[in-house]
Each structure stands twice: as structure tokens, then as C-alpha cells.
Write a protein that binds this ligand. Structure first.
Ligand code: G1P
Length: 715
């Protein structure tokens, strides 16, 4: 314990933890002053001195008997229970008079921070200044994107939602005391999705981190799953378990695509970095006994030099490995779970249809991106490590053929050469697109269920016995939302299938009490051959809760596919549940899920906030990037316009602050209006019927003010 003029600090010698004690570096402190910055006259730094013999904290002897603080300690203070019990000079207050005191408490690894805290906060003026700085900091963050529609409650709710990704970035996934799991770290998929909103807020901030995070990818296409402090630091797994989540490969590409669309920065694809290396090989199905911690966590080539590959190479690898890693029905293997980390008991024969779709559409989008690189940058060849070419050019078709190619690939990287080959960019593009399309086509044709109940929808999974989890069962029709979301979003679903899947979700997945879209119908007997989640009570979490993340992604998928009224229905459904405060019992924002009592759970922990902001800006307000160019394509329904028929959004694009005003004076509905007129700062631009594309260079030229106004007239 250390006493100062303004307070005290303690620094316990060790962390007491029976799994392994460690030396402690942390100081815990309290300092205080009055409004003028006058220091206290003394303190009772131990509970013993403060409460006295037989006293209690609500009847402390020091106060009850108005004792003077000891100038010299009456007994040993170290090792005693400490307390910030601080005494100020006597003062008299007349009626209506007030007296202000400032109490600062903190945690730090550096003792000088305590003295700094006194200097920065210990007077009214200083606290006021700090408060204003803090206020300005958060206001700026919150003003990065501002929505103004006809529904003020909805707009205010979105403000809270837009704060969530930032808090999650700072604190990790599970930082509040009411979370019953997690240690506050951030997992791979969560991290990449959090960046979706952060890219929308300010893409320049994240470039370096995006590139560094690719250093977590292994040469078998899997990745280290935990992101640690600092940039590019990982741990293989939070709980030191060797396992692979099969969805992990899709998220980086999705995020990088958004980044490129917002910035036009195609160069990021060619930024290089190392690969992760540890004992885990063949996607956690084998162990590399040669690997030792002395080797380090960076993959080396045959000569023992650290190998560096491009972001593009790593993303191709992540997708091409999964393309070949299919189960007997032809979908990608579920491995140790997908996005739904509860589906963790089907690593042998389990298959994930939703993520097969996601990988499929990413393969196509990646191919298209390569074509753009060729077109816009004149790039003719790309360089990849030679073993990857065998996956890229494979003609394997059946599950057995695909598995054989993958197995040969794994053999070939047992001793990773690090040699690179040049590939024509157009050949690579064609291969990726062909592969992606074949994946989607197969799902479209083979994973569509026509149930006896008359509902039609996409199958979600095969379990560890190789049986369909979804469809007709003795106890009813089983269905899950994830499959519908990604079949719709990926383009695997035809328009007719989108309609039918949406209708089936309304019938089978809506909770009869709350009306929310549940993630799944009860899983019945699929307990031990599918996943741990189904040992949970139905109606909570991933089993039968309205799992916000998937519901928001479902909404996004419907908007992407042009099913605007359906998407809007899902959106308002989520909003209604989150803001029905009496039942939801949460602060404003979006929780991880709403249980079947309508109660919001795990507030702030969720990636749905990022997806919601993305959906609002990119889809609903339709302010998108297309490889750096700005596209405006509103998908607003008439209820969203205010009484004058207007909605506004403030955001940034290409480093310019813009306010987009959509004016729909006749208050027409989506589908009835067209873009009639458009201007930037009063200068007319040429619209098409439903969208406007403004090239980045033109946008920069026209946006010559601090805040630039884009007026879009809808008629
Ligand atoms: C949480 C986990 C995430 C997992 C999801 C579904 O999602 O953080 O890793 O994919 O549950 O099991 P969140 O709601 O935080 O996005």
C-alpha cells in the first residue's frame, strides 16, 4: 500500500490463482480533491482503521466518532484490507449551498499514472475539461454515420447500435459481468465482422490491421482463432483445444471486399505477410511432431526462411481448401462447427449447407475481383505458392475426387517449399467463378426440401450419421434460419426459392409468443450426433432464441436480393423486440438474442450490431461502394420517410463528408418510385432509374466543401 497527498494505491504482490500464481503488476488506486483542487486532510486507508473494532461499513467508527485520521499508522498497513476512506477539511454549508468533491479511481500498471490522474482530474475545472473531451470523442464516433428517417425512435436506437461495434472492439466479446461465458478475448469470425462497421465508419483506420490479421492463416486454410492484444498477435485457440471452425475462411474475404468497395484500394490484395504455424496440420486432423516452439509461429519455406504470401493468396487458399473439403453429400464439412459454434459434435460426417453457399458466392466474387484487377490495373499474372495451383486448377467433381485432391495437397505441404508460380489472372478468375457457380448450383438443386407440411426451404445440415437434420420428422418439420440466410444471400436461391423460404421461416420459425424469428426449430433427437447446443433448453441462445445476428443477416440477405418488404418486416420485427423495454429489460441496442420470454440477453456481446449498420447503410439507404466508386441505390419503403417525404443520412465516402437527402415528396413506396433527379452541392448528376453511380474521381471533384450535400429526388 502506498499513501499519497491525494489518496492511496495498492499493488498486491501476486495474482492468487491456484492454476498458477503470477507476479502482479497492477496498481489499484483512489485519489480525491475538492472542486478547487485542495487535497484531503488525511485518510483511513485500511478497513480496520475506518470501521474500528466491531464496526461495519454502514456504521464506521471513523465517521460516527468523527475521529481525526492518524498521522502515523497505528499498526501495519500492508496486507490489511484497504479502502479509499478520505477525509476533507471541515466545511459549513448554508441552506441551498453545495460543495463539490472529486473522487478518481483507477487501475494501472504504471505508478506515474496515479500522479498524472491527480494532475488531470483533481479539480472541478479539470473534470469539466475531461468530460468535454470525452463527450467530443464519443460524439465524433457516433456522428460517423447518422440516420434520420421518419421514425425518431428507430434512429435513436440505431445510435446505440452503432456504438456497440466500437465497444466490442475495445472490450472484446464478453466483457460485462452478466455474460456467463468468455474471457473477453475476440475470436476470428467476430473480429472480422466487427470490422464491417468500423470500415463504414473510417476505412483508413483499419487497413494495417486487416493485413496483419491474415498472418493468422495456416497453409491448410485454417487459422489461429484468438486475436490477442497488439497487431497481428494470435493464439491457436482460447482453451488450447485443436479444432477448426469451418466458417472461418469466409469472413476475411467478405470484410476485405467491403473495404475494397469503400476505398477502391485493390493494392491491399497484394500486400504480403507470413502464415501461422503450430503443431496443428490437416485442419486439426493431425499433429506435426516435427514442429517445436523454437521453430516459432511463422511458416518457413524449404530453406528455413519465413515465407510471405499475399492477402489474395491466403483468401484463395481459405476458399479452395474448403471447396475440396466436402462430405458425402457434396457440401463442405461442418468440421468442429460453423458460425453456430454450438454445432460441435459432427466433425466426421457433418456438413454445413449455409457455409457451402457462403464459400460459393465468395469464390465467384473473388473471381470477379480478379477480373477487375486485370481491367483497372492491367494486372496479367498473379504469384501464388506452387502447391496452391493444384487446388485452383483441380477438375475434381465428386466428393471422393475432391477429398483426394485435398489429401494430395496436404501431403505436398508437409514440407512446404515456398516456391511460387505465376498464374494468368484471367485463368485464376475463371477457375474461381466456375467452382463457385458449381457449388451454388448443387445447393439450389439438391438441398431444397419440400416438406410434407407444404413448407419449402433449404436444408441446413447433415449430422454425424450423415442424415439430414432438417425436413420432415415424426415430431414435425425441422428447419433452420442460417441455411435460408446464406442460400438467399449467396444467390444459390432462385427468386422463387427466396419467396418460399421466407414464407416457411414465417410459419415454422416465428416464436408464437414473441413473434421473433428463431434460429431453429427444436432439434429433437439430434443431441449427440450434431452439437452441444441442443442440450440447452429450447427458447434460449442458439436454440430457439431470436438470435439477432442471424436474424439481421437474414434481413440483409432479403434486401440484397431485392425482397424489400420482406426485409423490412424482419428489420421491424427485430426492432420491436429489442425496444419492447418492459419485456426485453435491456438498455437500447441489440442484444445477442431475445429469449422466448422476450427478454434480451448478452447485451453488447453481439456481432449483429455491425451487420445492422451495414444493412442500414449499404442496403436500406443504399449507400454503397463499388471498387471505390459511390453507388446510391435506395431501398426505403414509404413508412421510413418523414411527413415531408424525406430521409437523410450523414456519412463519409472517399474521405469526404456527405449528407445524402432522399426526397420522396409523393411518399411513394419502394417499387413505385424512381430516381428522377440527383445533384451534388447543387450540380446535377446523371441518374439511372434505380441507382446512381458516381466515379470516385468525379465525387472528389464535386465534393469540394466540408460537408457535401447529395440531393436525390424520388418520383
Ligand atoms: C456469437 C459468437 C460467435 C458465434 C455466434 C453463433 O455471436 O460470438 O462467434 O458465431 O454466437 O454461435 P455474436 O452474437 O456475438 O455475433
Amino acid at each position: 500500500m502506498k499513501l499519497y497527498d491525494y489518496g492511496l494505491s495498492i499493488k498486491p504482490t501476486i495474482h492468487h490463482d491456484e492454476r498458477g500464481h503470477e507476479p502482479n503488476d497492477t496498481y489499484y488506486y483512489v485519489v480525491a480533491a475538492d472542486a478547487e483542487g485542495t487535497k484531503p486532510i488525511g485518510q483511513f486507508p485500511t478497513v480496520q482503521e475506518f470501521i474500528g473494532d466491531g464496526g461495519t461499513l454502514d456504521h464506521p467508527q471513523a465517521i460516527v466518532q468523527n475521529l481525526p485520521p492518524y498521522q502515523n499508522a497505528p499498526n501495519r498497513r500492508d496486507g490489511m484490507e484497504s479502502i479509499g476512506a478520505i477525509r476533507f477539511a471541515t466545511t459549513s454549508l448554508g441552506p441551498q449551498e453545495t460543495k463539490e468533491y472529486i473522487v478518481v479511481f483507477g487501475v494501472t500498471d504504471h505508478e506515474q499514472d496515479i500522479h498524472r490522474a491527480v494532475g488531470r482530474y483533481c479539480s472541478h475545472e479539470k473534470v469539466q475539461k475531461a468530460y468535454e473531451e470525452n463527450h467530443a470523442f464519443w460524439t465524433e464516433k457516433l456522428n460517423a454515420i447518422v440516420f434520420q428517417s421518419g421514425d425518431r425512435d428507430f434512429d435513436c436506437w440505431l445510435k446505440w447500435v452503432s456504438l456497440q461495434p466500437t465497444l466490442r472492439k475495445i472490450f472484446g466479446c464478453s466483457f460485462l459481468p452478466h455474460h456467463d461465458y468468455g474471457r473477453g478475448g475476440r475470436g476470428w469470425r467476430d473480429l472480422w465482422q466487427d470490422y464491417l462497421a468500423l470500415i463504414l465508419q473510417n476505412p483508413n483506420d483499419v487497413r494495417k490491421i486487416l493485413i496483419a490479421n491474415f498472418n493468422g492463416v495456416r497453409t491448410d486454410g485454417s487459422n489461429a482463432t484468438m486475436i490477442l492484444k497488439g497487431i497481428g498477435n494470435f493464439a491457436a485457440d482460447r482453451n488450447k483445444i485443436s479444432r477448426v471452425w469451418m466458417d472461418h475462411g469466409v469472413w476475411p474475404f467478405y470484410t476485405i471486399k467491403l473495404y475494397i468497395d469503400r476505398t477502391g484500394d485493390l493494392d491491399i490484395l497484394f500486400e504480403k505477410g507470413s502464415y501461422w504455424k503450430d503443431h496443428q496440420i490437416r485442419r486439426a486432423k493431425a499433429r506435426d511432431f516435427q514442429w517445436t516452439s523454437e521453430y516459432g509461429n511463422r511458416q518457413k519455406d524449404a530453406e528455413g526462411n519465413i515465407y510471405e504470401g499475399t492477402v489474395l493468396e491466403k483468401m484463395m487458399l481459405q476458399h479452395l481448401v474448403c471447396y475440396h473439403n466436402v462430405g458425402e453429400h457434396g457440401n463442405m464439412k461442418l468440421e468442429d462447427a460453423d458460425w453456430n459454434d454450438q454445432l460441435d459434435l459432427a466433425s466426421h460426417r457433418g456438413e454445413s449447407v449455409p457455409f457451402t453457399c457462403f464459400y460459393g458466392s465468395n469464390l465467384i466474387a473473388m473471381g470477379e475481383l480478379l477480373k477487375i484487377c486485370a481491367e483497372k490495373r492491367g494486372i496479367q499474372n498473379i504469384l501464388v505458392f506452387k502447391e496452391l495451383a493444384s487446388l485452383l486448377f483441380s477438375e475434381a467433381n465428386t466428393p471422393a475426387e475432391k477429398n483426394a485432391v485435398l489429401s494430395a495437397y496436404f501431403d505436398s505441404i508437409d514440407r512446404f517449399s515456398g516456391e511460387c508460380v505465376e498464374i494468368k489472372i484471367e485463368d485464376a478468375a475463371a477457375q474461381l467463378i466456375r467452382k463457385g457457380e458449381s457449388v451454388l448450383q448443387r445447393v439450389r438443386e439438391r438441398e431444397w426440401i419440400v416438406s410434407q407440411s407444404g413448407n419449402e426451404f433449404f436444408r441446413g445440415y447433415y449430422n454425424d450419421d450423415g442424415n439430414s437434420v432438417d425436413g420432415d420428422r415424426a415430431d414435425g418439420t425441422a428447419m433452420n434460419l442460417t441455411a435460408q440466410t446464406f442460400a438467399v444471400m449467396s444467390g444459390a436461391a432462385t427468386d422463387e426459392q427466396v419467396q418460399k423460404a421466407y414464407a416457411a421461416a414465417g410459419k415454422l420459425l416465428k416464436d408464437p409468443t414473441t413473434g421473433g424469428y428463431r434460429l431453429t426449430t427444436p432439434l429433437g433427437d439430434n443431441t449427440w450426433n450434431f452439437g452441444r447446443g441442443f442440450a440447452l433448453i429450447y427458447g434460449e441462445k442458439e436454440t430457439g432464441g431470436m438470435f439477432s445476428h442471424m436474424a439481421v443477416m437474414f434481413c440483409n440477405a432479403l434486401y440484397q436480393r431485392g425482397f424489400i418488404h420482406e426485409g423490412y418486416e424482419v428489420l421491424t420485427n427485430i426492432f420491436r423486440l429489442c425496444t419492447d423495454t418492459e419485456k426485453a429489460k435491456i438498455y437500447p441496442g441489440i442484444p445477442e438474442y431475445i429469449n422466448n420470454y422476450g427478454q434480451g440477453k448478452y447485451h453488447y456481446v453481439t456481432g449483429s450490431a455491425s451487420w445492422l449498420i451495414l444493412t442500414m447503410l449499404n442496403e436500406i439507404y443504399g449507400i454503397k461502394g463499388e471498387v471505390g466508386d459511390l453507388v446510391l441505390e435506395p431501398k426505403l419503403v414509404k413508412e421510413q420517410f418523414d411527413s415531408e417525404g424525406a430521409v437523410h443520412v450523414q456519412t463519409s465516402f472517399a474521405g469526404k463528408r456527405i449528407t445524402v437527402n432522399y426526397v420522396n415528396a409523393l411518399r411513394k413506396d419502394y417499387g413505385e418510385y424512381k430516381i428522377a433527379n440527383a445533384s451534388i452541392n447543387g450540380r446535377r448528376i446523371e441518374p439511372q432509374e434505380h441507382r446512381i453511380k458516381i466515379e470516385k474521381s468525379q465525387l472528389i471533384k464535386l465534393c469540394d466543401r466540408e460537408t457535401n450535400s447529395l440531393e436525390i429526388v424520388l418520383l
